[in-house]
Design a protein. Structure first.
Length: 180
C-alpha cells in the first residue's frame, strides 16, 4: 500500500535515510512524505503499529525489477540428457556413449543412462547392473551417481549429476565465450 491507500490511525515511520521517526499519526506521516515530495509506503502491514517508510516508490520498483532481471540472467537451468543402451552392447559402442556422457556432464547437465530390455533380455537384468556400474566408475571423475540403477518397467535407469567444480568451470567458459 502507498500514500492514500494507507488508512491506519498510527504508523511507525522510517525516514528516507533509514532513521526511525517513531510512532506518528497516519495523516501526519502522509503530510511529512508530501512535504518531501516522496511516497509513503507500508513495508510491514502485520506489525503493531504498521511500519511505513518514506521513499520514491517508482524508483524503488525500477530497482527491484532491475535486480530480478539480473538474477534471472545468472540463473541456469539444468537439463537431463538421456543415453540409451542395450544389454548386449559392444565395448566400442559403450566408449562412444561414454564420451557423450562426459560431454553432457562437462556442460553441467544431468545424465540419465538407461538400458532397455526387449523380449527374453528381461531374464538377464544383472547384465545391465554390470554395464551401469562400469559406466559409473568410468564417469566418477566427471559426476556422481545421483540415483543408483533401478528397474522401471522394461528399463533399468541410473542418474548422474555433474561434480560442482565441473559446473563452475563450464559457467566460466560460457561467460568468456559470451564476452568474445
Amino acid at each position: 500500500m502507498i500514500n492514500e491507500q494507507i488508512r491506519d490511525k498510527e504508523v511507525r515511520l522510517i525516514d528516507t535515510d533509514g532513521a526511525q521517526m517513531g510512532i506518528v499519526a497516519g495523516r501526519e506521516a502522509q503530510r511529512i512524505a508530501d512535504e518531501k515530495r516522496l511516497d509513503l509506503v507500508k513495508i510491514s502491514p502485520t506489525a503493531k503499529p504498521p511500519v511505513c517508510k518514506i521513499m520514491d516508490y517508482s524508483k524503488f520498483r525500477f530497482e527491484q525489477s532491475k535486480k530480478e532481471k539480473e538474477a534471472r540472467k545468472k540463473q541456469r537451468t539444468i537439463d537431463i540428457k538421456e543415453i540409451r543402451l542395450s544389454p548386449n552392447i559392444d565395448t566400442h559402442d559403450i566408449n562412444v556413449k561414454l564420451r557423450k556422457a562426459i560431454e553432457f556432464l562437462k556442460d553441467g547437465d544431468k545424465v540419465k543412462i538407461s538400458v532397455r530390455f526387449r523380449g527374453r533380455e528381461l531374464g538377464r537384468t544383472e547384465v545391465a547392473h554390470v554395464i551401469l556400474n562400469d559406466l559409473a566408475q568410468k564417469l566418477a571423475d566427471y559426476g556422481n551417481v545421483e540415483k543408483p540403477p533401478k528397474m522401471e518397467a522394461r528399463t533399468m535407469a541410473m542418474f548422474m549429476a555433474p561434480k560442482p567444480q565441473l559446473v563452475e568451470k563450464a559457467e566460466k567458459t560460457e561467460g568468456a565465450e559470451s564476452n568474445a
